[in-house]
Design a protein around this ligand. Structure first.
Ligand SMILES: NC(=O)C1=CN([C@@H]2O[C@H](COP(=O)(O)OP(=O)(O)OC[C@H]3O[C@@H](n4cnc5c(N)ncnc54)[C@H](OP(=O)(O)O)[C@@H]3O)[C@@H](O)[C@H]2O)C=CC1
Ligand SMILES: O=C(O)C1=N[C@H](C(=O)O)C[C@H](O)C1
Length: 256
């Protein structure tokens, strides 16, 4: 396992001006507070049915916590203005991922299902555990979120599943099994299962379970407050604003 050398949180007041796609939403509001706390400035916010282009031209960097159907227009606006963008929106399709790869040829793009420090580290631990435990250790991922969440499995669950699949030298597309119901048959060895729970005001809980014969390892993350995502998103934005074109990960920002 590599030695972890986390980068300290930036202490100097940032002068970066940040534009938000999805500014009136739960995350948008938390990000406005985090921008203020970081001493950065808010270039403005855009929500549904508003033109995404003007803010892309005035902001130093954009953050997107909106909805998958808006991603194409937001990427196009960022690319046309030459402005870096952090994408936190989840529920993205493989087509969205291809669009992001394409736009990242021209501008800096960081896409992640979770901007928190804790989940970024958890992804590394999951990959390591999956690599060290044999394929006879079954991997199951359980997530719970608030009742308003519209996508499942969560972006974080998929990020953690991807880490486990990579640890096994494979891809999540090959191993993924979504929630089971009915006479589904016995578990296929090597697959990665997902279960999604929804209710109340849960901010975001994730468990990665490695189940072996007679023993079990569980790696958990519990989010108590949206500020963990908002702080990470602002930190990522400030960092990304200075980067050349390319596709980046939260681990690049945090030095993990
Ligand atoms: N990566 C991470 O760390 C995290 C990711 N997320 C993800 O962020 C996304 C947003 O979550 P949350 O804030 O809870 O959701 P909300 O529904 O509270 O907010 C979504 C916002 O996006 C706006 N919106 C909708 N369509 C557009 C559009 N075409 N252009 C611009 N804005 C638009 C909505 O505006 P209106 O109300 O007018 O429709 C709303 O203000 C989700 O995909 C969620 O999973 C959430 C937390 C952490
Ligand atoms: O919609 C949410 O709230 C969250 N979404 C992200 C996800 O899909 O994983 C991150 C976090 O868990 C909260």
């Amino acid at each position: 396992m590599q030695t972890l050398a986390p980068q300290p949180a930036p202490s100097a007041i940032s002068t970066t001006s940040i534009g938000i796609y999805g500014s009136a939403g739960r995350m948008g509001r938390a990000i406005i507070e985090a921008i203020e706390a970081a001493g950065a400035s808010l270039a403005g916010g855009v929500d549904a049915r508003e033109d995404p282009n003007p803010i892309a031209r005035t902001a130093d960097v954009l953050v997107d916590f909106s909805t998958p159907s808006a991603i194409e227009a937001h990427l196009a606006a960022a690319r046309a203005a030459g402005t870096a963008i952090v994408i936190g929106t989840t529920g993205l399709s493989p087509q969205h991922q291809s669009m992001i790869d394409d736009v990242a040829k021209d501008i800096a793009v960081l896409q992640t299902g979770n901007t928190s420090l804790g989940v970024t580290l958890l992804g590394i631990l999951v990959r390591e555990a999956a690599a060290r435990l044999g394929a006879d250790w079954d991997v199951e991922i359980v997530e719970m979120h608030h009742k308003h969440k519209v996508d499942a499995p969560s972006g974080t669950a998929l990020l953690l599943g991807d880490a486990a699949a990579k640890g096994r030298g494979s891809s999540l597309a090959e191993l993924r099994v979504d929630s089971r119901a009915g006479l589904v048959g016995a578990r296929t060895e090597g697959t990665i299962g997902f279960a999604s729970l929804r209710g109340g005001s849960v901010i975001g809980d994730h468990s990665v379970i490695f189940a072996g014969e007679g023993e079990r390892i569980e790696l958990n993350h519990r989010g108590d407050d949206r500020s963990i995502f908002a702080r990470g998103a602002v930190r990522a934005a400030i960092w990304l604003a200075g980067q050349p074109a390319g596709r980046y990960r939260m681990g690049d920002v945090l030095g993990l």
